[in-house]
Design a protein around this ligand. Sequence first.
Ligand code: GLY
Ligand code: MN
Ligand code: MN
Length: 436
Amino acid sequence: MTAMSSLYAEHLALLKQRSDAALAKAGFDHLVIASGVEKYQFLDDRPYPFKPNPHFKHWVPLQQHPHSWIAYTPGSKPVLAYYQPDDYWHVPPSPPEGFWVEHFDIRILREPSDAAAHLPRGRVAIVGEADAALEGVVPNNPKVLLDELHYQRGYKTAYELDRMRRAQRRAVKGHRAAEAAFRAGASELEIHRAYLEATGHGDLDLPYTNIIGLNAHAAVLHYQYQSPERPAKPLSFLIDAGAEVDGYASDITRTYAAHDGAFAELIAAVDDEQQALCGMVRNGADYRDLHLECHLRLGSVLRNAGIVDMDPGAMVSEGVTSVFFPHGLGHPIGLQVHDVAGRHDADGNEIPRPTGHPYLRTTRKLGPGMVVTIEPGLYFIPTLLAKLKAGPNAKAVDWDQVDAMTPYGGVRIEDEVVCTEGAPENITRDAFAESA
Ligand code: GLY
Ligand code: MN
Ligand code: MN
């Protein structure tokens, strides 16, 4: 057995155990998972890029396989109903191969509807989108089962951590190339292309659309364009870009300044706080405390930089830090960039966000095997600043400094950190260090 196949065997054994428990809890005898169907543009024969049901790719490292199914009955070898059409318009999926195939009873399908004959009937939990339904096989997505599976998915297996470390290394190649392109004066579009080239990704298989913002575009949290124009004067560059390996995502942000000065110092200060926060990803830590700690620390950064003259605690309680840091500290990541169950327990009960922090995606306590992003930022967002200027705390702000920083957009630094029994493992920093 290769290292990979034994890691996968262990992963699958744990998935089965978790599924056994979730089926028993929810009162079902079988678990059926639809990969999904290709979706077509309205009144057209052009499909949208296919993205599989994450439950499907949890079991098998297959990303481009619509109309396929997994059927699992506790105690039996899982069935993979594998759609492999005779299609001369497209390249059909190749025969299944790799370290994982021996673990499945594989049935080849030539027509999507053929799957129905291979799937169990009776008390079946069927996980999938409504449009995957076949005759007699209609997704029911039992909430009790999904809540349990989603919660457990927060704890990554050794196989998943291996895939995620690889997804870091793949993205870091792109981040290195992107920084070099920025330093050479490239446009956002040119930087994006350099990223794709270095990672070997195309636009369609990125885990999310790259955020490539020069100058004031760095203040747009999910900036969605890539301008082909080279800026007359490059000042700053924010890149939030990931990669994927066997369906597992990375999500990394770096910010660069074109020259020394106050903005470069702000990046360094946010980076220091980011690393300190990464160090707090510890067994038993409540992610909400990390988020609030982040606000306090960013308040200190704002005060030390002379941007806001207020006590950091007051800045947090008055909502001033939220003007400069209007998103959450981070989220679980894995099969999905914003992975499931960041704010719910195993019974689906919501774990509330702190009051005044509506965008925080993670409220769970951390435990070994969980992987979260830590992504503090400080931004100069004109619409939010205008509200601050019109309010009672305006007098505490050095508006000349704010105006001087606004053309630089903002700073975000984002890493993925694995919670362990002991010291956290920052898989993003490790990948950057390896590539140095
Ligand atoms: N790339 C989106 C995020 O950082 O959550
Ligand atoms: Mn993120
Ligand atoms: Mn990101």
